[in-house]
Write a protein that binds this ligand. Structure first.
Ligand SMILES: *Cc1c(COP(=O)(O)O)cnc(C)c1O
Length: 383
């Protein structure tokens, strides 16, 4: 229970901050199993970047290891090193681009490198030789998102070159979709065709094909023909769908609840403005409570004048501009007491507030809401 990377010296029982994120490990495990079953026989790389989409990197990685996920995916080197230091032994692919000085750290911690050019492969090979190690590499092909990777139309030379390096094992080859969560899948199909064309390289030369992977959540849900040898679920692992329009072919449930407690109650008099900028006031007396959460925790300021919370089973509006550390909730003529539970994301018996709603209030996507709940908010794990 006390594997909280954000407060490594404080056990959960000691955490006294009323604002906290609760992660239900049983729901996470169920989501993982459903995805695994649906995508079988493809292997599963659980994507854990950005603090496991806000759920807490180390504990979620431990769970994935217990569930025997085939691979773990992170975005940056430091996330991979932290997992190794915390005893995670599963293979870990760093999905992001690298620069040369980082390569020795990949080798030292047995992290799999994404290679996006011949030059990088050469550098990896040289450093691996120096360190008397064998580097594990996945080749990245850009089939139409223009971030990192060798363009599909230049891939043949890249694949040809990749066969030359003695200190590098080309374990995998992959690409990434730009629009797989959309209803219209024509661009996704085009990307798939481009990748298939690139892969013919191995067939034509009768070479063994490295582990092929392409599908993120959107494609796992909507395009099983892109599963190849492994899939890379991120957001659906956490029980959130990548868009409203995506086909919900796997039923997953949100694992994260964001909670706080009422710490203050008062009556706001008619005409007395609430918050910075005095942007809200009422023409009658109203009851209000203060909750110790704000944009400094990732409760985004752009949700001001739109956000609602659950208190004693009912929805109430957040009033005034969201501050760094506090919000004020209008409970009108109803009662609430210090210590009453407030739900910012999650459900109780009668109603719920979803990540999608927060995203709508903030003018963003669920991914950004989850990954912005920052490390000041303790993560508590329940099962
Ligand atoms: C983030 C990411 C994923 C997972 O994406 P979701 O939409 O969250 O499933 C998969 N592959 C790569 C390369 C990524 O960067």
């Amino acid at each position: 229970m006390n594997n909280n990377i954000n407060h490594p010296t404080i056990s959960v029982d000691e955490i006294i901050r009323p604002t906290r994120v609760e992660v239900d490990l049983k729901i996470l495990a169920e989501n993982f199993k459903k995805i695994k079953e649906y995508a079988a026989p493809a292997k599963v790389m659980s994507v854990l970047k950005a603090n496991a989409y806000g759920h807490g990197l180390v504990r979620v990685a431990q769970l994935m290891q217990e569930l025997n996920a085939d691979y773990l995916g992170v975005a940056v080197l430091e996330e991979g090193i932290l997992l190794r230091e915390q005893g995670i032994t599963k293979p870990i692919l760093v999905l992001g681009g690298i620069w040369g000085n980082q390569i020795p750290f990949f080798l030292k911690h047995d992290l799999t490198i994404t290679a996006s050019s011949i030059e990088k492969l050469k550098q990896i090979d040289e450093l691996a030789a120096q360190m008397k190690k064998t580097a594990k590499v996945h080749l990245k092909i850009d089939t139409g998102i223009e971030r990192i990777g060798v363009h599909y139309y230049n891939a043949e030379k890249f694949l040809e070159a990749s066969l030359r390096y003695k200190n590098v094992i080309i374990e995998g080859i992959y690409s990434h979709f730009a629009n797989s969560e959309k209803k219209n899948l024509s661009y996704t199909k085009l990307q798939l065709e481009r990748f298939q064309e690139v892969l013919r390289f191995y067939e034509k030369r009768s070479l063994e094909t490295p582990v092929r992977h392409f599908s993120n959540s959107g494609a796992i849900l909507q395009m099983p023909e892109a599963n190849f040898d492994m899939v890379r679920p991120g957001i659906i692992l956490y029980g959130v769908y990548p868009s409203d329009e995506v086909k919900r072919t796997i039923e997953v449930k949100p694992a994260l609840t964001w909670k706080s407690l009422v710490v203050y109650f008062k009556v706001v008099k008619a005409g007395h403005p609430v918050g910075y900028g005095s942007a809200w006031k009422s023409d009658r007396d109203t009851r209000a409570v203060t909750i110790p959460v704000g944009y400094g925790d990732g409760y985004l300021r752009s949700m001001s004048h739109k956000a609602e919370v659950l208190l004693n089973g009912k929805r109430y509006p957040v009033i005034g501009t969201i501050s760094m550390d506090q919000i004020v909730v209008n409970i009108k003529s109803e009662s609430a007491y210090n210590g009453d539970e407030v739900i910012l994301i999650g459900s109780n018996d009668s109603s719920k507030i979803t990540v999608e709603e927060l995203a709508q209030w903030a003018g963003t996507i669920p991914y950004e809401i989850l990954t912005n709940i920052n490390t000041r908010v303790p993560r508590v794990y329940v099962d």
